[in-house]
Each structure stands twice: as structure tokens, then as C-alpha cells.
Ligand binder design. Structure first.
Ligand SMILES: [Zn+2]
Length: 440
């Protein structure tokens, strides 16, 4: 079969498919048919907009360098938008060259798989109408895809969160292993990990970290989560880089040295740290001490609760973190410039909050307050300020503990705990600390 015939057949399949689904969808929903061409390194999109949409926009302007349109595509490109030419028939198509995006590190080729920043290819209508998408390979067949978006009416809902929020997809030579954490599922996507034994070990590593985080309140905060495990070659540590991205639905991306023994992955704090980030919503970057603080607070505590560390080991690591933060603390926490100050100053705030909650007349723990927060507000598609977040935790706990810590310790204090590692706080001498580490 020639290339031209394949393309013709694909177009026919797409048109038929689009017509069928268009009939099933409400008029207000736009359906994208996305074709992933892993061998060629291209993504093409076909869709028909509703009448009120006249242009497409993208989360990062650099994407205009990678997109190709033509006379037939019914799109004309300006610097940062794609405009519909024939508005009476607002159907369009465009193709994105991932090899160009790769040069800007917007896409990575990992063996025969692709890891792609969605800002490199996903142009969306400049309206509020929902956009759903189906993904196919070059022959019109369903494709193996790791994606962050939630599935609605059989298609991925592409625009539930603000367009500038980032996310990635992975496709090609990948294995996706749904991993249960209680009632939740971590969809672990492994890119180009050739050894089956290594894939099993890595899935087990992510799963055990997820179960450790579930010890915070007996379940993982979100029901389904995209987890990417991307090998990046020989490095000095097992997990040199990891991050959470939140476009569509929060997801965790791990970049690993696959040659390191699995024991080094289990001994590393990165997985429990990153997976703990899904306990909180997206918080404004200037107050990242609040998001990084929560992940830093729990990263060792949940390892103790899961039996991966003893209480004394976890306490030693936690207080060593506080000490590293204190050494970098040269101004109030909310103005922190140093990473260690922000991370461990934030962790100290949550430690103080947990202790004060447990001492208060309500007798709650931070675990219980976060449990209620998740039930009421997660997943959250909005950006939270520190004030909104702390005010909400106050309302849930029916205290003033969080806003007081924000006003006094985070704004007025250089480092929130002066002597956290003094013997009085040690779990061997302090029942509250022992309770925190023991998961009570
Ligand atoms: Zn973090």
C-alpha cells in the first residue's frame, strides 16, 4: 500500500469517525482527531470548530515554529495564532514536526518512544467550549498513549485547566501499567525500558511510594494519575529529576538512571516527595514554600508510616532537612530565594501546624484536615493563593492555626522553627512526634 493511499484511507477513516462522534456529541463540544506518527515524528490534528470560534491559540508561542499549515488546511498562521480562513466551513487540519520541537527540548525521542510537551502541538480554540480528542496511529488504529487528561464521553477532555499549564504525553514504544493504590490507580508509563524485570521493579517502586503517601489519610488523593518514568541515561543518582505537571489532571514525571539497582530507587526520597505534591492544589509560584513544604514535610514521614524507614531514621532525615533550610534562611520565609530555605521552611510550617492541631481542643491532625480538603477541593482546576489555601485549611479545621502561621511565621520569621531538632521534639521523648511518624 502506497503512502498516498494510506493517507487517503486515514483521512476517510477520520472523516467517518468524526461524523459519527460529532452526531453523538453536544453541539458545543469540539472533537479533535489526533494522529500520532511515531516513526515520522509528527502529530497531525483534524477538527471542525463551532461557528463562534475563529482562531486557535497555544500555551507557548514557540509552538508556532513547529506547526505546518497549507491552503487546504483552512488555517493561516500569524505569529502566535492560527486563524480559520473559511469561517462558513470551520474545519481545519495542521501537522506538527516533533523533530523541530526536539531541538527546543519541547519533545524528546527516547528510543522508539516520544515524550512531548503538549504546548508544542496542542492549538486550542480561543473560546470556552470543551474540546475532546481521540488519538489514532497512522492507520487509524487506537494508539498506546500516556496522557494527563480525563476521559469524558469516550474522548480526552483537553481544556479543563488554563492553557498555559503544562503537561506531557508519551507514545510509541511505551508500556503502561495501571497500578492500584487502594481505590486509586497510578497509570505508570515506562518509556523504552527494555528489561521486563526492570519494568516490574520500577512499577513496584512507584506503587510502594504511592501506597506510602496513601498513609496520610487512608487513600491516595486522586483517583487516577498519569505517572511517567523516563530513562535519561547514566547519572550520579537513581532519580536526578522529577516534577509534577497539572494541565488536565495532576501528573508526576520521573527522569531516571535505569542502570542503577532498584534498592537505590527505594532509598531515594523523590518518589514520596513528588507523589505527596498531589495532596495540595496548584499554589502560586511565589509561594512555592507552601507546596514544596508540604511535599518535604511528608516525604520521610510517609516512608516511616509505610515501614520503609524507622521512626528514628525518618526523624533524623527530617531534622537534617530543617537544618539545611535554616542555614540558607536569610530573610522571611515568604520572600525566600534559596530553594532549601523555601522547601524546609515550608516543611517547618506544616510541622508546627500539625503539632498545634493535635494540641488543640479539636484534637485533629494535619492528615484529617488534608483529607477533608481533598474531599472538598481536589482535583482543583484553579490556581490558589497562599491566603486562599491557608484560609480554607482554617475553615476546615475550624481554627486560626493556618492563617496565624502564614501571618506570623511565614511572613515575619526568618525560619519558622528555631530548634525543631532539640531532644524535646524527638519521637523517643515526644508522643506527638511519635504519633505523626506512626501515622496516628
Ligand atoms: Zn517538590
Amino acid at each position: 500500500m502506497s503512502f498516498r493511499v494510506v493517507i487517503g484511507l486515514r483521512r476517510l477513516q477520520i472523516v467517518t469517525f468524526s461524523l459519527l462522534l460529532a452526531a453523538a456529541y453536544a453541539n458545543s463540544t469540539t472533537l479533535y482527531q489526533v494522529t500520532l506518527l511515531a516513526d515520522e515524528g509528527k502529530i497531525s490534528v483534524d477538527a471542525c470548530l463551532s461557528a463562534d470560534a475563529t482562531k486557535l491559540v497555544v500555551g507557548n508561542k514557540r509552538a508556532s515554529r513547529y506547526v505546518a499549515t497549507s491552503v487546504e488546511s483552512n488555517l493561516v498562521q500569524t505569529r502566535s495564532s492560527l486563524h480559520i480562513v473559511n469561517k462558513t466551513n470551520p474545519c481545519f487540519n495542521y501537522t506538527v514536526d516533533l523533530h523541530k520541537a526536539r531541538k527546543d527540548r519541547f519533545a524528546y525521542q527516547v528510543g522508539k518512544s516520544w515524550l512531548v510537551n503538549n504546548h508544542s502541538w496542542l492549538w486550542l480554540p480561543d473560546t470556552n467550549q470543551p474540546v475532546h480528542a481521540n488519538f489514532r496511529d497512522e492507520n487509524g488504529n487506537p494508539v498506546k498513549l500516556s496522557a494527563p487528561w480525563r476521559i469524558k464521553n469516550g474522548g480526552y477532555h483537553l481544556n479543563e485547566t488554563p492553557i498555559h499549564w503544562t503537561s506531557r504525553i508519551a507514545f510509541g514504544d511505551i508500556e503502561i501499567v495501571p497500578t492500584n493504590v487502594g481505590e486509586s490507580v497510578l497509570n505508570v508509563a515506562l518509556l523504552n525500558i527494555q528489561q521486563a524485570q526492570k519494568r516490574r521493579e520500577l512499577v513496584n517502586w512507584v506503587g510502594s511510594a504511592g501506597r506510602a503517601v496513601a498513609s496520610v489519610y487512608g487513600r491516595y488523593p486522586l483517583t487516577d494519575v498519569q505517572v511517567l518514568v523516563v530513562p535519561i541515561g547514566k547519572r550520579k543518582e537513581a532519580v536526578p529529576w522529577a516534577e509534577v505537571q497539572r494541565n488536565g489532571h495532576p501528573a508526576v514525571h520521573f527522569f531516571i538512571d535505569p542502570n542503577r539497582p532498584i534498592e537505590q530507587f527505594h532509598a531515594d526520597w523523590t518518589a514520596t516527595h513528588e507523589l505527596s505534591h498531589l495532596l495540595h492544589p496548584r499554589i502560586e509560584y511565589q509561594d512555592r514554600w507552601l507546596s514544596e513544604g508540604l511535599a518535604s514535610y511528608y516525604q520521610y514521614i510517609v516512608q516511616a508510616r509505610a515501614g520503609m524507614l524507622t521512626n528514628q531514621q525518618a526523624w533524623k532525615k527530617f531534622t537534617a532537612g530543617l537544618e539545611r533550610g535554616r542555614k540558607k534562611a536569610d530573610r522571611p520565609l515568604r520572600s525566600a530565594k534559596q530553594t532549601r530555605h523555601a522547601y524546609w521552611g515550608g516543611a517547618a510550617i506544616y510541622f508546627l501546624a500539625d503539632i498545634e492541631l493535635r494540641k488543640s481542643s479539636t484534637g485533629q491532625s494535619l492528615n484529617e484536615v488534608l483529607d477533608k480538603f481533598a474531599a472538598l477541593h481536589l482535583p482543583s482546576n484553579k490556581l490558589w493563593s497562599a491566603e486562599q489555601y491557608m484560609q480554607t485549611l482554617d475553615e476546615i479545621s475550624q481554627t486560626k492555626i493556618f492563617t496565624t502561621l502564614l501571618a506570623k511565621e511565614a511572613t515575619g520569621s526568618t525560619f519558622p522553627i528555631r530548634r525543631a531538632d532539640e531532644p524535646a521534639f524527638s519521637p523517643s521523648q515526644n508522643t506527638i512526634t511519635a504519633d505523626i511518624l506512626g501515622g496516628n
